[in-house]
Write a protein that binds this ligand. Structure first.
Ligand SMILES: CC(C)(COP(=O)(O)OP(=O)(O)OC[C@H]1O[C@@H](n2cnc3c(N)ncnc32)[C@H](O)[C@@H]1OP(=O)(O)O)[C@@H](O)C(=O)NCCC(=O)NCCS
Length: 238
């Protein structure tokens, strides 16, 4: 959700806030293995498609107002992949099904602070992706010297508040909004190596998914050709 001028959202008027019916807590689902990778400039298009696939309610929960496609696009265009960290989870079809933005403070007085924003597509919710992205973001922020991680959510956002609470964050409610903050321990050799290994694993996983997708395209191309040849033979047979 939006917290500041430079944050995890496009910014916008909270006048647009309106109360939507609360979402039911989903029945427990099995946790899925999540391979989380850091996203770069090349992923901008997929990030935009992911966020624009969110419905009105989810946009409201994610950004604090119902961001339009154009507002989402301008947020995505303004993402600074060097300064901030954007993490994602891809499915086998290389669709970005979940993503998180860790926005580092641009104000030198608060350079030990970062803000967290996240979204998971409805079809894969409840399997722990939100929780795992938060853990990944915390590890990265900690390794970057961040001491306080902030999460701004609407009070009705039970899922986000659960994630923050489980991680040990202090949650404060102020009317329709909630702020959570989490004190991060200093980086250690293990936290740095752990992050490096996780990133290498994620890069390999992504490359394999790209290759698998290209191979399937190649196979289906071959099948098309074979089908064409078979049909041509059939037609020309006496
Ligand atoms: C918030 C969000 C990221 C959670 O993603 P997720 O992958 O479903 O989260 P998890 O599977 O890790 O579940 C997190 C916890 O919230 C609980 N939860 C999930 N949906 C819930 C709901 N609608 N009501 C109450 N609790 C809910 C889960 O049971 C889980 O708690 P548990 O660990 O005690 O079982 C996802 O719902 C989302 O993208 N929402 C729209 C955008 C948004 O709200 N972003 C956050 C503001 S920045």
């Amino acid at each position: 959700m939006v917290a500041s001028e430079h944050g995890t959202g496009p910014g916008g008027s909270t006048d647009l806030l309106r109360v939507l019916p609360p979402e039911e807590k989903p029945s427990p689902r099995a946790p899925w293995v999540a391979v989380i990778r850091r996203l770069g400039v090349r992923h901008r298009g997929r990030i935009a498609r992911h966020l624009q696939a969110l419905d009105e309610r989810d946009r409201y929960l994610r950004f604090g107002y119902m961001a339009t496609d154009a507002q989402i696009q301008s947020y995505v265009d303004s993402l600074d992949f060097e300064r901030d960290a954007i993490f994602g989870i891809y499915n086998r079809r290389l669709e970005l099904v979940a993503m998180a933005h860790v926005a580092f403070s641009v104000d030198r007085n608060f350079d030990a602070c970062a803000e967290f924003g996240v979204s998971v597509l409805p079809s894969v919710r409840g399997h722990g992706y939100g929780t795992k992205l938060f853990a990944r973001a915390m590890r990265h922020a900690r390794n970057e010297g961040v001491q306080l991680m902030f999460i701004h959510a609407l009070s009705e956002n039970a899922a986000m508040i659960n994630i923050a609470r489980h991680a040990g964050a202090t949650v404060e409610h102020d009317g329709s909004e909630a702020s959570a903050y989490l004190r991060l321990p200093p980086a250690t050799f293990d936290s740095r190596v752990g992050e490096m290994l996780a990133e290498q694993l994620a890069q390999t996983d992504y490359r394999l998914k790209v290759q698998a997708r290209q191979f399937w395209k190649f196979i289906s191309g071959l099948q098309e050709v074979r089908r064409g040849v078979r049909e041509a033979r059939h037609k020309s047979a006496p």
